[in-house]
Design a protein around this ligand. Structure first.
Ligand code: ASP
Length: 310
């Protein structure tokens, strides 16, 4: 199979309330940059390089809830999840890590250099340290401010029982990317600080193949939203199955998101998709999900911004 490399990225499905127009511009630029970096990586690399480059760029932007911009848990600590999968069936994830600046790079190492699929907590951090991955500088000023504000709200920890309404209001602007290198290799990757005010030790959908991301030789999917709902529905795997059955990516994406909405309500999920036939699409049942895509040689196209911007 041959074709043109494609990168699709997202900055998280959520309410995206309280962001200024200026902040949306910064977010949009970061998404476009991530698409360009991912496409650039296709010149010397494959779909895995493309996804890692795009996600690392978003982690480094500090704009989103991933990498430098990661939100904090209920105790004010930073723990991140990330995962990656390639269409040859390999996958890697890291859960509740604090050390690496770019958890997506550690997830790739788990996939490529260990016999495991997911490594968690201090042991994953230790692996990152041993491999001399760049260290995370600690919570951003914005994440700390956000935590202080959220902490004083009544009903501050929604996570003892999953409360979808509260989770919706908190927002979950994580990042993800899917890519096709045009040579038959598809990949999907995600990275997140998780949901704000999560209980310490909480792991979301992002390190779990089939839940937060999935890739086959015909489709790559990255999901965002309330991780608990995405794990319980195995959303990315299910979407890939719907595509296998229908051969229609638009139909498969609609089926998945409608089904998710029926079960879990609005404001719970978003997905970005690329297929082996070079089709690109996205769906979300949240107020917004800023996303962008381009084929090599094209300018990135941005969508999913909230009404105040469009
Ligand atoms: N899915 C992520 C999680 O629940 C959050 C997000 O998508 O923003 O950890």
């Amino acid at each position: 199979m041959s074709g043109v490399p494609i990168v699709v990225v997202h900055g998280g499905a959520g309410a995206w309330r309280g962001f200024s127009l200026e902040e949306f511009k910064v977010a949009t630029r970061a998404l476009e940059e991530a698409v360009r970096s991912g496409l650039e990586a296709s010149r010397a690399g494959d779909c895995v390089d493309m996804v890692v480059e795009a996600v690392a760029r978003l982690e480094d932007s500090g704009v989103f809830n991933a990498g430098l911009g990661s939100v904090l848990d209920y105790s004010g600590n930073l723990t991140m999840d990330a995962g990656i999968m390639a269409s040859d069936g390999r996958a890697g994830g890291v859960a509740a890590v604090s050390y690496p600046r770019n958890p997506i790079k550690l997830a790739r190492i788990v996939m490529e250099k260990t016999p495991h699929v997911i490594i968690a907590g201090p042991w994953a951090d230790e692996l990152a340290r041993k491999l001399k991955l760049e260290a995370h500088p600690g919570p951003s000023g914005r994440a700390l401010d956000r935590w202080r504000k959220l902490k004083i709200e009544p009903n501050a920890s929604p996570w003892i029982k999953l409360r979808v309404e509260t989770a919706r209001a908190l927002g979950y602007d994580t990042v993800g990317a899917v890519a096709s290198d045009g040579k038959g290799c598809l990949a999907a990757g995600v990275s997140t600080g998780g949901v704000a005010l999560k209980l310490p030790g909480r792991v979301g959908d992002s390190p779990i193949p089939g839940a937060g991301f999935y890739a086959t030789p015909t489709i790559a999917v990255a999901a965002t939203g309330i991780g608990e709902t995405i794990i319980l529905s195995m959303a990315s795997l299910r979407l890939a199955d719907y595509y296998e059955k229908t051969g229609d990516v638009e139909k498969a994406a609609t089926m998945l998101v409608e089904e998710h909405t029926r079960r879990w309500g609005q404001g719970t999920i978003g997905v970005i998709i690329v297929t082996g036939k070079a089709e690109v699409t996205a769906r979300y049942n949240t107020e917004a999900m800023p996303w962008a895509y381009a084929r090599l040689g094209e300018k990135p196209i941005v969508g999913g911004l909230p009404n105040i911007v469009e």
